[in-house]
Ligand binder design. Structure first.
Ligand code: HEC
Ligand code: HEC
Length: 204
């Protein structure tokens, strides 16, 4: 049922971008991605697929490789994406990325009125715990393999956090994922991820 509605939205998108993508058969592959990731890649909570608009070239490559290679696995959402990653031919990767980047930026998602104290707590917590890897303002740091976090939906930030904490993300590799998992699991109980999520998704 939910897939039917998404497919209809995707056919609308296909219609509007078909000129820009003239003769580009990768459009079909992009539409395949958008069936789950939302019709303008803005994220789709009903299947747990995050916004992709604004994703970094290097991180998209790394994430797809981790799904394909089976290191990003073990929790339900990863298994859905693993099958999808294996269906995107390597040769079409650059074109899919280009089309993704032509989509409009994601709408601000945070509530118009944000609890100022929680926002401030999140800002401080982010600076203390996250900025060293993810950048002063969540812009990401390729050298440390830490992606930008501003692209992500609030529900996905929570789900990603949980996937490191209990889902086994980062268990199975010696790369960035295991660094992030070790970090998450070593935080004190008092650490409040909700405040950091408010900070990362607040429109400023
Ligand atoms: C069947 C649904 C489905 C399809 C089709 C799909 N995805 Fe996904 N994708 C997901 C889900 C669910 C997640 C979240 C997985 C997780 O939490 O690890 C995800 C995660 C991702 C991520 C990781 C994002 C991040 O911030 O770490 C990337 C990159 C991605 N998808 C790219 C694509 C691309 C490119 C396509 C098209 C070739 C595609 N997806 C097709 C469901 C899908
Ligand atoms: C030691 C460096 C380091 C620190 C500190 C760190 N991260 Fe990460 N983080 C990473 C790396 C590397 C990745 C990519 C891991 C992967 O590919 O799964 C990552 C991934 C993530 C993701 C998943 C992104 C996605 O698109 O799926 C989230 C969410 C995240 N970090 C949030 C945070 C928050 C919030 C903090 C602070 C509380 C933090 N990180 C602190 C290195 C770090």
């Amino acid at each position: 049922m939910k897939y039917t509605a998404l497919i209809l939205l995707c056919s609308w998108l296909g219609h509007t971008t078909v000129q820009a993508a003239e003769n580009d058969n990768v459009l079909d592959e992009l539409v395949f991605c958008l069936v789950c990731h939302g019709y303008q890649a803005q994220g789709n909570p009903s299947v747990g697929a995050p916004a992709l608009v604004g994703i970094e070239d290097w991180y998209l490559r790394a994430a797809l490789a981790a799904y394909r290679g089976g290191t990003r696995a073990g929790y339900a959402a990863a298994m859905d994406m693993q099958a999808a990653a294996r269906m995107l031919p390597e040769d079409d990767f650059a074109k899919v990325l280009r089309l993704l980047n032509e989509l409009p930026p994601r709408e601000p998602q945070a509530a118009a009125v944000v609890d100022a104290a929680l926002l401030q707590k999140g800002r401080e917590s982010y600076a203390q715990f996250c900025a060293s890897c993810h950048g002063a303002d969540g812009e990401g740091n390729q050298i440390l393999a830490a992606p930008g976090l501003r692209r992500l939906n609030d529900w996905y930030l929570q789900a990603a956090w949980e996937s490191y904490l209990t889902g086994g993300r980062g268990n199975d590799s010696a790369d960035g994922a295991s660094q992030m998992a070790q970090f998450v699991r070593a935080l004190p109980d008092s650490f409040d991820i909700d405040a950091v999520v408010v900070f990362l998704t607040a429109a400023e």
